[in-house]
Design a protein around this ligand. Structure first.
Ligand code: ADP
Length: 919
């Protein structure tokens, strides 16, 4: 559409007026203005204005918040049919124009370049956009300037008519209308939202909230919690007021109506009173509540809001607490120990009856008194007890429980008693408020403890005395027995023994062994009683053990006219790990019993494998055991006294056997039929030693390989020393002797022996002490000390090892066992009699034989049978040249067996003209 040039004709003006009027009516009715969409309304205004007034640019501008500028919210350009926005005009740049906006109804500039209120735009704005005439109408809302509606004519200037101006004002009013509409709808939304928030808060408030209209005396509002509290629906609530929802009188006796009026008056006077109130719900149930009143700031009505909090639970707890307090008081009063409480200064705040009775004060007398000064002031030794050292005070000073025993508390009458005291701090919310102290008189307990200690000491010393007696008796019995058995073993080595001599030796050995068995049994009993019986596991040849036992038992059975049968399973391992001595003891005991309690028939020993354990069964066809006696036979000293059967016994055997089998991991069981016989059996684990080959027979060691070793034999008994000397010298050891501990240490320092065989019980310095001294002597660091003792308790072994001994051997010992221990500690190898003697042509090197003089001397001693001198000469030869080693070894082999004839023959073979290398 083209812009207007000149003034229009009358007809045209009339038509335009009609059009404008129609447009205004249409716009007013348009529902764009009733909606919130302001931008749409403004666009409709600018576009309609441009078209109907035939103006190129119509725009709406709005003031900024600070009113320092206006910005274009919509510009409609007619020729382009285009809306845009965003331009800004600053007030300080166009002061006349902005001034006019505030004061004028309209700025009518036919020639905008010269008009006083628009010419400011000339350069910056009018010229560049070819604007000639402007008609600007300020937009006001409720009398306040909000913006401006601008009409800008482009091209040839126009003269704005009164209708143009009126139409412009009408359009500006429409804009005001749109602005108002929007502001209203925004306010409405905000109000709605705020109301919703309030409603939500009320609905979910934990307290019941009601609004009371003082003029009607009725509630006009009540939230969900209030409805729940009163037990009624909203409609019912709005028909009542506090009068209906309260009992006639409050718990303090006041009339509810009066009390309520007072609280409401306070609220209306601007205070916010908080008070407890007894409400009554619809069902008539009393509900204790806490109420807070506040006047609502409403101009035309007298409204009070009440927040109501149900405190039934709190009240219940208060009652409960009071009841508990009573109970505690009762408990305190009835408690056995004395109990008192103090504040943080240690002053008494209560004392129970027991406490009163114990210290002789009444609680009232003590209240507020410093308890330490009254009852705890002096120590047992009579010295004052400073309060800052008192543990009870520490309880509330550091806040930790304290306990002490044996301190004295002082009575009113000046006497005291020992007591046990416990003090606990009273802590409330992290703050120490004092302490509770409990105390009890322990005089009685101390007396009985003393008595108990005395009895215990007596029992322990009796027990010690018994153990010492047993140990010493065992030692005293074993020492001579050791000598008897040792010499019997030495005698057996003699050549050419007569049959009777061998028999006598056998009897000596057997009797000795039997005696040893008895001693052992008594010792075992003592060990079982003291719980010190221990097993010593070692490798042993199971079959050999069984054969030995069988041969002994065979003889015993035979002598009683009984048959003896033994069977072993081929599945048995050859060499096993276990305590051979203890196993032998159990089996011998069972077999002895079987023979003892059998008059005719057979005694059988059966050994087989059962569930990968070895089962030992001893069966007899004897008298059997009555079922009622079966549970008792394993008791210590238990014997079934059957007048018909008279046999010897101690009643210890089965008790010891059962305990030993248990120690070995088995259980000794029995089945017996009276008159038919008994069967005892047990299963134990005897792990096989892989690859071990059992020794087929006893071998006699005759020498040791390698350099000669010095051995110091320490024993106060000449017999004991002699035994060892006789055993060791023939094997090539250099043996020295000492008869007590002192001499032993002295000799050891002088000789520096390779090993010391140390007896333990000796006068002056005993074996433990001598061993300790030697262990503190650096020059003896490499000396092996082997304790040899008749003490057979496990503790003896440990005491020896503890003192510094390398090993321990119990007397009486088997000689092969002693040699094995000695060799193990000195790293030696034994040479046995059945080892093949080396001939001159055998071996790595030829045997070197000494010259005539040495050889002759040897032959001389051998011919005279002087074995001691012979062995000394052997030692001498050995020291002359290491090359004689093999020769010397052979000499010892012959000498060890006392085979003098053979020896002589053999030595003679080296005399000159024989074929051998001689020096
Ligand atoms: P004792 O030294 O009396 O034999 P034990 O402890 O060895 O002591 O045995 C306890 C009792 O068990 C015996 O007195 C005996 O009555 C009974 N007893 C043990 N073994 C047998 C058996 N093989 N036959 C019958 N009775 C036995």
């Amino acid at each position: 559409m083209k812009a207007r040039g000149r003034l229009p004709t009358l007809g045209a003006r009339r038509k335009r007026l009609l059009d404008q009027q129609a447009a205004l009516i249409a716009l007013t009715r348009s529902d764009v203005f009733n909606r919130e969409n302001l931008q749409q309304a403004l666009q409709l205004v600018t576009e309609t204005g441009a078209r109907l007034m035939n103006v190129e640019r119509v725009s709406v501008w709005r003031y900024s918040e600070s009113r320092a500028l206006i910005h274009c919210v919509d510009l409609y350009e007619l020729s382009k049919d285009l809306h845009s926005s965003g331009a800004e005009l600053e007030a300080r740049c166009f002061p006349s124009y902005f001034e006019a906006l505030t004061t004028s109804e309209a700025i009518v500039a036919n020639d905008a370049h010269t008009h006083p209120q628009t010419r400011e735009f000339s350069d910056s704005f009018l010229t560049p956009l070819n604007i000639t005439s402007m008609l600007d109408i300020p937009v006001r809302l409720h009398g306040r300037l909000k913006g401006v509606l601008c009409h800008e004519h482009v091209g040839k200037g126009v003269t704005w008519t009164a209708e143009d101006r009126l139409f412009g004002v009408a359009m500006a009013n429409l804009i005001s209308l749109a602005l108002e509409q929007r502001e209203r709808s925004r306010a409405e939304t905000a109000l709605r939202e705020s109301q919703q928030r309030l409603a939500t808060m009320l609905a979910y408030a934990p307290d019941g909230i009601v609004v009371l209209d003082l003029d009607t005396g009725c509630f006009i509002e009540g939230n969900a919690r209030a409805l729940q509290l009163y037990g009624m629906d909203r409609e019912a609530l709005l028909r009542v007021g506090p009068a209906e929802m309260s009992p006639e009188r409050q718990p303090d006796g006041r009339l509810s109506s009066e009390a309520a009026r007072e609280w409401i008056e306070q609220a209306m006077a601007g205070a916010n009173p908080v008070f407890e109130w007894m409400h009554m719900n619809a069902a008539g149930k009393s509900i204790p509540c806490e109420v807070r009143l506040v006047r609502l700031p409403v101009s035309d009505r007298r409204l009070v809001q009440g927040s109501i909090n149900d405190i039934s639970e709190r009240k219940r707890l208060e009652v409960e607490r009071a009841r508990l307090n009573n109970r505690w008081r009762l408990l305190l009063e009835s408690a056995g120990p004395g109990i008192y409480g103090t504040d943080t200064q240690g002053r008494c705040i209560f004392m129970n009856r027991s406490g009163e009775a114990m210290i002789g004060y009444k609680a009232e007398e003590l209240l507020g008194c410093n308890m330490h000064e009254v009852i705890h002031h002096t120590r047992a030794d009579g010295t004052p007890y400073p309060v800052d050292e008192c543990p009870i005070f520490r309880a509330f000073q550091v806040g930790e429980p304290q306990r002490c025993e044996g301190e004295l508390l002082w009575r009113r009458d000046g006497t005291s008693f020992p007591c046990e005291i416990a003090a606990y701090p009273i802590v409330n919310g992290g703050v120490i408020e004092g302490a509770v102290v409990t105390f009890s008189d322990i005089s009685e307990r101390l007396r009985s403890q003393d008595e108990l200690r005395r009895l215990k000491d007596a029992a322990e010393s009796a027990n010690r005395a018994k153990s010492e007696f047993l140990a010493s008796m065992s030692h005293e019995l074993r020492t001579p027995l050791h000598s008897v058995l040792g010499h019997a073993q030495l005698l057996r080595r003699q050549e050419g023994l007569l049959g009777t001599q061998v028999k006598v030796l056998g009897i000596i050995e057997q009797s000795g062994e039997h005696l040893l068995g008895l001693i052992d049994e008594i010792l075992d009993m003592a060990k079982i009683e003291t719980g010190t019986l221990e097993l010593v596991a070692d490798h042993f040849d199971l079959n050999r053990l069984l054969e030995t036992i069988a041969s002994i038992m065979h003889a015993r059975a035979e002598s009683k006219g009984l048959a003896f049968a033994s069977s072993t399973s081929p599945a048995l391992p050859a060499v096993v790990i276990g305590d051979e001595r203890r196993l032998r003891q159990v089996l011998m005991n069972l077999l002895d019993n079987a023979i003892k309690y059998t008059r005719g028939g057979t005694v059988t020993l059966r050994v087989d494998v059962h569930n990968s354990r070895v089962r030992f069964t001893v069966e007899d066809t004897g008298i059997g055991i009555q079922p009622q006696h079966l549970p008792e036979i394993f008791n210590l000293f238990h014997q079934v006294r059957d007048p018909a059967v008279s046999v010897e016994g101690t009643g210890l055997g089965l008790a010891i056997s059962r305990r030993l089998t248990r120690l070995m991991g088995g259980e000794l069981e029995v089945k017996s039929v009276p008159g038919q016989g008994s069967r005892f059996w047990f299963d134990i684990q005897l792990p096989a030693v892989p690859g071990a080959v059992p020794a087929s027979q006893t071998r006699t060691a005759i020498a040791v390989e390698g350099a000669r070793r010095k051995i110091l034999v320490v024993d106060d008994e000449e017999d004991g020393r002699g035994l060892l000397r006789d055993l060791l010298v023939p094997l090539g050891f250099e043996v020295y002797e000492a008869s007590d501990g002192e001499a032993a240490v002295r000799e050891a320092k002088r000789l520096r022996p390779d090993a010391v065989l140390m007896d333990i019980r000796m006068p002056r310095l005993n074996g433990f002490q001598a061993t300790r001294q030697m262990r503190h002597t650096p020059s003896l660091a490499n000396t092996a000390i082997i304790a040899v003792s008749a003490g057979a308790f496990a503790q003896d072994r440990w005491q020896c090892i503890e003192a510094g001994a390398n090993d321990f051997i119990a007397k009486p010992f088997r000689q092969d066992k002693l040699l094995a221990v000695l060799c193990a500690n000195l790293d030696l190898t034994l040479v046995y009699a059945d080892d093949k003697p080396a001939s001159t042509s055998e071996g790595a090197g030829a045997m070197v034989v000494p010259e005539g003089e040495q050889l002759r001397t040897l032959l001389d001693f051998a011919s005279r049978g002087d074995i001691q001198s012979f062995l000394q000469q052997v030692n001498h030869v050995e020291s002359l040249d290491p090359a004689y080693a093999r020769f010397v070894q052979q000499l010892r082999i012959h000498a060890a067996g006392y085979r003098m004839k053979e020896l002589r023959r053999w030595l003679k073979s080296f005399e000159p003209n024989d074929e051998c290398v001689a020096r």
